[in-house]
Design a protein around this ligand. Sequence first.
Ligand code: FES
Length: 72
Amino acid sequence: MSKTPKIQICNGEACTQASTQKYVHEWCLEYFNEDEIGTCSCLGLCHDNYAILYKGKAHSIFAGKSLERIVG
Ligand code: FES
């Protein structure tokens, strides 16, 4: 049985084309274990290209510090 991820990184077309997920994933690893990080489809924040889903809410993060404010 798969575990529900605690945080999900957008893997929609715009975020994928911007190649931002690798940075978002690195930032997420500062707060979550690898098995707590999942992916999700487009969150409607394509203009930012750093979209995550956390506790049912979509956010754009531009630096690890922004993620700290969301999950800290
Ligand atoms: S593709 Fe990531 S928010 Fe739309």
